[in-house]
Design a protein around this ligand. Sequence first.
Ligand code: SAH
Length: 385
Amino acid sequence: MPTVKLAPRGAARLNDGHVWVYRSDIAAANDAPPGSLVRVTDVRGKFLGTALYSSSSQIAIRMISREEVRDLPALIAERIRAAISYRKNIVSNTDAYRVVFSEGDFLPGLIVDRYHDVLSVQILTQAMDAEPVRSAVVNTLADEFKPAGIVERVDSRIRELEQLPPRASGLIQGEKSSTVVEMNGVRFHYDGLEGQKTGAFLDQRENYAAAAQYGHGEALDVFCYQGGFALHLAAKCSSVTGVDSSRPALEMAEKNAVLNGREVEWIEANAFDLLKDYSTAKRQYDTIVLDPPAFAKTKRDLDKALRGYKELNLRALKMLRPGGVLITCSCSYHVSATDFTGVVADAARDAHKSLRVLENRSQAKDHPSLINVPESSYLKCLIVM
Ligand code: SAH
């Protein structure tokens, strides 16, 4: 097995409990092949653990164990079974949830979502793309779930970054790629070959239930995608309007409304323009959801992202009736929970509102974050009243 030697800063990072080492913190990689399993040592040769190596990513080392690993496919199968068993205790009221969340399940570079009888797999690193590993993943999942279909969702940008040959999304086992799921008593269509990303809304599953708990009166779901929040609110609210700029997302949202026998008004619009128009027109709501896409994709975008969040939250708060509830989210990792609360606090001050924090939430428990890996915790969901 090839050995990768870490510079002191790389070794310090692992000793701090992190699982990634950047290329700049590697002292010698000794021509480790792309995607290989490597022994990791400090500069003096002291063994630090076993990792998956990427020859092209900035994250060169992703630790898979602090011990020696002889049989990677066997370890992967064991970790997948452990991820499944972890969820038996923490996931309820749904047949759609994340089964494997990369580092959060000690399987760096692998994402698996379950949508009732269809599984969706995403492979994000050279090591997970190797044939014996792929087989271990597919065989273990097929064994454990007996799904009607396993779909692979390919992110072509990531394959390029990892210098992997292009590959098409599609069924990799079975026949079925679309299905219907039910979470918190609300039903959704799932089409594994369509949509913006696998499980766009699974990380919000517990937040949907929380929003439904407080939702009342007239509701506005901004950045509604396929209607996750809107359809959860429909049971509790007198009317619900969903806004998104994506027509295909809204078409799916309407199908979901029909599936649940609900009436929701869907508006195709740029959320910034619509909120500006509606707040100028003094429209009022009792429940507003803000769940925009990640504004800060890198640290450099942080200031601009914070201004975006501030504008959205200020406009929403101005449109909130007394006693109204705002459910406001951010999925940008670079915007910390403290930053985000600060932005909402600034918006409340500017809107002359005294708000109570009902809940300070994050991603659903089937998207586990590692306490020593801050990058694995990304979703913020504040519920204020
Ligand atoms: N709340 C959704 C997920 C939202 S994802 C759920 O729970 O399922 C972010 C959504 O914002 C996407 O559907 C995307 O189409 C939409 N979007 C991105 N930019 C937008 C804009 N400027 N105006 C309106 N919608 C936008």
